[in-house]
Design a protein around this ligand. Structure first.
Ligand SMILES: Nc1ncnc2c1ncn2[C@@H]1O[C@H](COP(=O)(O)OP(=O)(O)OP(=O)(O)O)[C@@H](O)[C@H]1O
Ligand SMILES: [Mg+2]
Length: 345
């Protein structure tokens, strides 16, 4: 019966700290088993939403339901959620195994049973051989995995993760992203994942809520958020966008309003390389930035605006021209996103 209920339902959720409204009338349903991310700039209310769901904060108004049960007034231990914080918060004096078994001990699980379950949880994060070590004898990524095992061993319905990969270097971070996704899929737990790294949110999530000033400004799949941003804020915050204001839109698109186009949708050509595109504009190559698999081309258009384009590095065609070269940029109408419709005249 509970299968039809959302894992989490927030209704009119609001949290004020004095004059600061950290969370402002948030309505949200998260499905069981969903990998859900909250993405937004610093101070946009992401951690506060997590703390409200976990029960570490009381809302100023609004309600929180877990699988159809209103838990707004329940204590943290009386909610079927568990939290992984950015700093892991492992007990330094306990072994890895005892750290993982801790939540089971608190719940009164007998010693042998909890050690077995803790070992199984360590296996799921590929740390089976590390049970007897102390946290100080582990790498950052290994500690992170211990924190995950500790949070999942009690089999919560919902796992809240607040920037759990924030302290890791890029390589480890990418590796952990894959492991997190696998863990979530295998355990079937609902993940609510907070990050301000848009790439991470796009890679991992089933759906993303983009936060700004305590509100959800867009809710959708990664593809929807990336390809159809609903506002200039989302277009600029998630990935790199070229945003055309009203007068630039008039000049380049022949209509007013505010529009955006992603750099990978902008092609660039020189005089002797024809461009197949619905619309073109001429300009000067201002910067050529090598970024590994691709090159970023920054073009100052004669129309007075600057656009960023991405060229894959199998071609090396325009980048080889170097700064100052005359170029033509182009894009297709279907790749233009309307952020604000033209004003009615
Ligand atoms: N205990 C508190 N007392 C007063 N203000 C608070 C408190 N906790 C959070 N705030 C304020 O609420 C707003 C939202 O904070 P929150 O920590 O939820 O942001 P965040 O989106 O998690 O940011 P970050 O990405 O920096 O972690 C901020 O303006 C913050 O200063
Ligand atoms: Mg935060």
């Amino acid at each position: 019966m509970t299968g039809a209920q959302p894992a989490i339902r927030l209704t009119g959720l609001t949290k004020s700290f004095g004059s600061v409204t950290a969370v402002d009338e948030v309505d949200l349903d998260i499905a069981p088993g969903e990998f859900f991310s909250m993405l937004g700039p610093s101070g946009s209310g992401k951690t506060t939403v997590l703390r409200l769901i976990a029960g570490f904060e009381q809302p100023t108004s609004g309600t929180i339901s877990l699988l159809g049960r209103d838990v707004t007034d329940r204590a943290p231990f009386d909610r079927d959620v568990n939290t992984v914080f950015q700093d892991y918060a492992l007990f330094p004096h306990m072994s890895v195994l005892d750290n993982v078994a801790y939540g089971l001990r608190v719940r009164g699980v007998a010693k042998r049973a909890r050690q077995e379950q803790a070992r199984a949880a360590l296996d799921t994060v590929r740390l089976g051989g590390f049970a007897d070590r102390k946290p100080s004898q582990l790498s950052g990524g290994q500690r992170q995995r211990v924190a995950l095992a500790r949070a999942t061993v009690v089999q919560p319905k919902v796992l809240l993760l607040d920037e759990p990969l924030g302290a890791l270097d890029l390589k480890l971070r990418e590796q952990m992203q894959v492991e997190l996704k696998e863990l979530q899929r295998n355990l079937g737990i609902t993940f609510i994942f907070v990050t301000h790294d848009q790439q991470e949110a796009l890679t991992l999530s089933d759906r993303i809520a983009v936060f700004n000033d305590g509100r959800i400004v867009q809710l959708g799949t990664p593809a929807e958020i990336y390809e159809r941003p609903a506002s200039s804020f989302v277009a600029a915050f998630v990935g790199t966008s070229n945003i055309f204001d009203d007068s630039t839109s008039q000049a380049l698109l022949g209509r007013g309003g505010v529009h955006s186009v992603r750099p990978e949708k902008v092609s660039v050509a020189t005089e002797n390389l024809p461009l197949v595109a619905d619309r073109t504009a001429a300009g000067v190559l201002a910067e050529v930035i090598y970024v590994g698999s691709s090159t970023q081309l920054i073009v100052d258009l004669d129309a007075g605006t600057r656009v960023v384009a991405l060229e894959q590095n199998d071609a090396h065609r325009v980048a080889s021209k170097g700064r100052g070269a005359r170029v033509t940029v182009g894009w297709n109408d279907s790749d233009i996103v309307t952020l604000t419709a033209p004003a009615l005249t």
